[in-house]
Design a protein around this ligand. Structure first.
Ligand SMILES: CC(C)(COP(=O)(O)OP(=O)(O)OC[C@H]1O[C@@H](n2cnc3c(N)ncnc32)[C@H](O)[C@@H]1OP(=O)(O)O)[C@@H](O)C(=O)NCCC(=O)NCCS
Length: 183
């Protein structure tokens, strides 16, 4: 489906893709809004806090680390997600429905990515772990497996299984995922 606006005949999804940066983290995407039930943001906040404390070091950090680990475990259980404390995730990461999301600790995820529920980023046929560049949206149930690279601004369709590289700006669908050809 292609959406356009009257003032701008460009497809709206293309305009949105271009306005979200693949390099500059938009931290507002992770901001906790008081009163809203958004457990993914609390889980991510625990990961961010843990990494800040680890890099800062010192006595206060040592004291606060166990609390942060507890908070991470609590929100991991609430979300039903496995996102390790040492994950390499760029700022501006979003998980609208975090249940079932599993991320390998060695995977690299660029800024402003968005994963839907049941996404797995793990090992697969190619040696290594995935490198996901900035502003990549990954649909529900999709798996990204092995030493593959997904280019900036790419989209992975729901339930796709990515076992090969996906170029920048591409949309990949299916099992194994292939780049959808533009008409
Ligand atoms: C892949 C995706 C990003 C493409 O969106 P789009 O550009 O608007 O594509 P369209 O809906 O116009 O579909 C284009 C074609 O791809 C097919 N297609 C779309 N998504 C697909 C998917 N996940 N798997 C297989 N084929 C898919 C469509 O059937 C259509 O095929 P056709 O050209 O033969 O008719 C989108 O369909 C998708 O999967 N998004 C993830 C959404 C999601 O996970 N939502 C969870 C919300 S809780």
């Amino acid at each position: 489906m292609i959406l356009t606006s009257e003032r701008n005949p460009e497809p709206l999804d293309r305009i949105v893709m271009e306005t979200i940066s693949a390099t500059q983290p938009d931290w507002s995407r992770e901001t906790i809004i008081p009163g809203r039930y958004e457990p993914a943001k609390y889980l991510l906040a625990a990961v961010r806090r843990y990494q800040r404390l680890k890099s800062r070091g010192g006595a206060t950090a040592k004291l606060l680390l166990p609390l942060t680990v507890f908070s991470h475990r609590f929100w991991s259980a609430v979300c039903g997600a496995d996102i390790p404390l040492n994950s390499k995730i760029g700022g501006g990461f979003m998980m609208p429905h975090p249940n079932g999301i599993v991320i390998h600790p060695d995977a690299e995820i660029g800024p402003n990515c968005l994963f839907f529920q049941q996404v797995t980023i793990g090992t697969g046929p190619l040696p290594g772990t995935p490198v996901i560049q900035g502003h990549v949206d990954i649909g529900a149930g999709a798996k990204v497996l092995g030493g593959v690279t997904i280019g900036a601004h790419a989209r992975v369709g729901a339930n796709a299984v990515v076992i090969n590289d996906i170029p920048d700006n591409a949309t990949a669908i299916g099992i194994p995922a292939v780049v959808r050809k533009k008409e």
